[in-house]
Design a protein around this ligand. Structure first.
Ligand code: ZN
Ligand code: ZN
Length: 622
């Protein structure tokens, strides 16, 4: 703070007007000095000077701006607008804007103009209620300004921000005047409420589009996990000659990461380097790191991370890197990155700790995990949340410390959810503690009677003990309670095109060749010593993959076989699966990697599996 007192190079009591120094103010102390000068020179009551001063000081301190404003005797509409605008920027101060608006309309001879309404609607959308907004709207109608282009755009924005999209659409449909902002705001409204069909429909109707229209559509698809649509739209945008901005590129990279579309991700990386777009943007940097990590290229992720030393002021790239190391089972690297982050004085957030604890968990680093968990509150002042407790239960459970894991659950300040119990149950299965598993199973049943994932785990445990009566009883309950199953789906990218396979899928044009290949593959694997894991009668997944489908037709096997058929020997095969990989597919893929001498990277819902020479990077626990 000491630095703030460093005064201007030119003394303020120079003959020059104090207000001319305003755009050089770097701290609130500079404003104090100018304010003092304005008072001494008697300029503070000049409305033009006061407005200039308020405009400059309000982004720095709204309360101080208010103090100055309160002492101005003659306030015009411009001064009010400046103050209402300043308050509308954050949810904390938007109430002030409305208070000012109400006092403004009381002043005789003072009427709000279009900007007043624009800022008021912004304030209402930023954390006030729809009632407040509608009161302001009544004033806009009275002033005859409701149909003004700026005002109606702001009104559409307000309803959208409050999640009242149908109200926003009514205003949109009735608006006499529309410009590209009107359309973009309405599309943004649909996107914000995850109504992508409506967003797309409106997008198609647009008379003209700009980079904002394209970017918000792409971001919307990413938000609702329609990653292929996001990338298709991104390509269409490029074809139509719209250069993307950093937001578009961030969304496109997120889509690539989720689709394991490494080639396209790499292309975007080259594009960023060549175009210099967002080269200083930490968000974009973190999505680049995340893309490489999620596409199985942790070395490239590290390279990108290390190459941008000047950046990394925000927590995002650090979180992406630590999360990447965790996903790839590199706990020591995650810890080193975290320590480096502390040295650089970048404050960690809750996401950092989820990644860090996950890394410790995958690396069986119990001591380190305990230490970092404790440090959250002790050193960093962050209260652990459900997810962090979940990580700790997973960490202790994996290491076989089942009693301590169960005690951790009991010590939680919030009621544990079924996911936390589920991770302890999985650990019981791994360490073959059937008594504890049964006890936990009944707790989960009370907590969430419809939770099928836990019943599947328990059924599989019983089956490994040959307790078929229990297995059958559970099977029946699972069959009845299951709502809509999520079908297992795996995809592979070949030359920029995505091939998706469901379990037992026969819809692909190359199905015939694929199934012949699968049969040949099965024989080859058997010769190499692979035995199908039929013991696992139900899949160890939260959403069971269709059980009527034979194990050999699981979606990831189809995708891997398709990759083997269509790529040169030695090419790495990258698969992404929507559910947790089943035990049998995991075993089979280990054999495939050896028999076909291929590296196979599978990203499932939980983590990465890097298969090479007959073993997997997850060390068979996932
Ligand atoms: Zn499987
Ligand atoms: Zn694995």
């Amino acid at each position: 703070m000491r630095r703030c007192f460093s005064t201007f190079t030119k003394p303020l009591n120079s003959p020059q007007n104090p207000e001319s120094f305003l755009n050089r103010c770097k701290s609130i102390h500079h404003f104090y000095q100018i304010h003092a000068q304005l008072i001494t020179k008697g300029q503070v009551s000049d409305p033009i000077v006061a407005d200039k001063f308020l405009k400059s000081v309000s982004p720095c301190s709204v309360p101080y701006a208010h103090k100055v404003f309160d002492r101005i005797l003659k306030r015009d509409v411009f001064l009010y607008n400046t103050m209402i605008k300043a308050g509308s920027a954050t949810p904390d101060s938007c109430r002030d804007s409305l208070v000012l608006f109400r006092s403004m309309v009381q002043v005789p001879g003072l009427s709000p103009n279009r900007y007043t309404f624009v800022f008021c609607f912004k304030a209402c959308g930023n954390g006030l209620s729809v009632c407040d907004g509608e009161q302001v709207r009544v004033h806009a109608i009275k002033a005859g300004l409701e149909s003004n282009l700026f005002v109606s755009n702001a009104l559409i924005g307000m309803y959208s921000a409050l999640g009242l999209v149908s109200e926003a659409k009514k205003v949109f449909d009735c608006a006499d005047l529309k410009d590209i902002y009107t359309w973009n705001i309405m599309i943004g409204g649909f996107v914000g409420s995850e109504l992508m069909d409506q967003a797309k429909e409106l997008f198609d109707e647009m008379p003209e589009r700009d980079v904002v229209s394209w970017s918000s559509l792409i971001a919307g698809y990413v938000q609702v996990s329609c990653f292929a649509e996001a990338l298709d739209t991104f390509h269409e945008m490029l074809q139509m000659g719209f250069p993307p901005n950093e937001f578009t590129l961030t969304s496109a990279l997120t889509a690539c990461a989720n689709l394991v579309a490494l080639d396209q991700g790499r292309w975007i990386h080259v594009y960023i380097d060549k175009s210099n777009i967002g080269i200083n943007n930490d968000r974009l940097l973190s999505s680049l790191i995340d893309m490489y990590a999620k596409c199985g290229e942790i070395e490239l992720a590290t390279e990108v991370f290390n190459s941008r030393n000047a950046l990394k002021r925000h927590v995002w790239p650090w979180n992406a890197m630590i999360g990447g190391f965790a996903m790839h089972g590199k706990p020591q690297d995650a810890i080193n990155t975290f320590e480096q982050m502390k040295i650089k004085k970048v404050p960690p957030n809750k996401v950092t700790f989820v990644a860090l604890l996950n890394a410790c968990s995958h690396g069986y680093m119990v001591e380190e995990g305990r230490y970092y968990f404790k440090s959250m509150l002790d050193i960093h002042g962050l209260e652990p949340e459900m997810e962090h407790y979940g990580c700790m239960v997973d960490l202790l459970g994996r290491a076989g410390l089942l009693k301590e894991a169960e005690e951790t659950i009991s010590s939680m300040p919030m009621p544990p959810d079924a996911a936390v119990w589920g991770s302890l149950l999985r650990a019981c299965k791994l360490h073959k503690d059937i008594q504890r598993a049964e006890r936990i199973g009944s707790t989960i049943k009370e907590l969430e009677p419809s939770h099928t994932g836990c019943k599947v785990l328990l059924a599989n445990m019983y089956s490994s003990y040959g307790r078929w009566n229990e297995v059958n009883a559970l099977r029946e309950i699972i069959g009845k309670s299951r709502k809509k199953k999520t079908p297992g789906c795996s995809s592979i990218e070949l030359n920029g095109a995505f091939h998706e396979f469901l379990s037992g899928d026969q819809s692909h044009p190359e199905t015939k060749r694929l199934y012949l290949f699968l049969d040949a593959m099965a024989s080859k694997l058997k010769l190499a010593g692979y035995v199908p894991e039929v013991g696992e009668v139900l899949h160890d997944v939260d959403e069971e993959e269709e059980k009527e489908t034979a194990l050999s037709r699981h979606s990831e096997k189809l995708a891997i076989a398709f990759g083997l058929m269509n790529t040169e020997p030695g090419t790495i095969i990258r698969i992404v699966k929507n559910l947790r990989v089943c035990l049998d597919c995991h075993e089979a893929t280990k054999f495939i990697s050896k028999v076909y001498e291929r590296e196979i990277v599978v990203r499932d819902r939980i983590r990465f599996h890097h298969f090479k020479d007959g073993s997997c990077s997850c060390k068979d626990y996932w």
